[in-house]
Design a binder for this molecule. Structure first.
Ligand SMILES: [Zn+2]
Length: 74
């Protein structure tokens, strides 16, 4: 009986490993801009706050807060 449980656990772990592997494979071709873990942090040129690049807008080669109402030039 213990062997059956062990096989079930091993099968489940293999399933999880394969699922994670397939997920990384399908994401491989896409740009990782929305991936929180791999996203670059940029500093706002106006207020100096660090934010993910996807939440900043580019203005004259500098990154500016996209929706931060308190972001104003000092
Ligand atoms: Zn700002």
């Amino acid at each position: 009986m213990g062997r059956v449980v062990l096989l079930l656990i091993i099968g489940f772990l293999v399933y999880l490993a394969l699922r994670g592997f397939l997920r990384t494979q399908t994401r491989g071709g896409e740009p990782a801009t929305r991936d929180v873990k791999g996203e670059d942090m940029v500093a706002c040129a106006r207020c100096g706050v660090h934010l993910p690049r996807s939440e900043a807008r580019s203005e004259a080669g500098a990154y500016i807060c996209q929706d931060n109402p308190r972001c104003r030039a000092p």
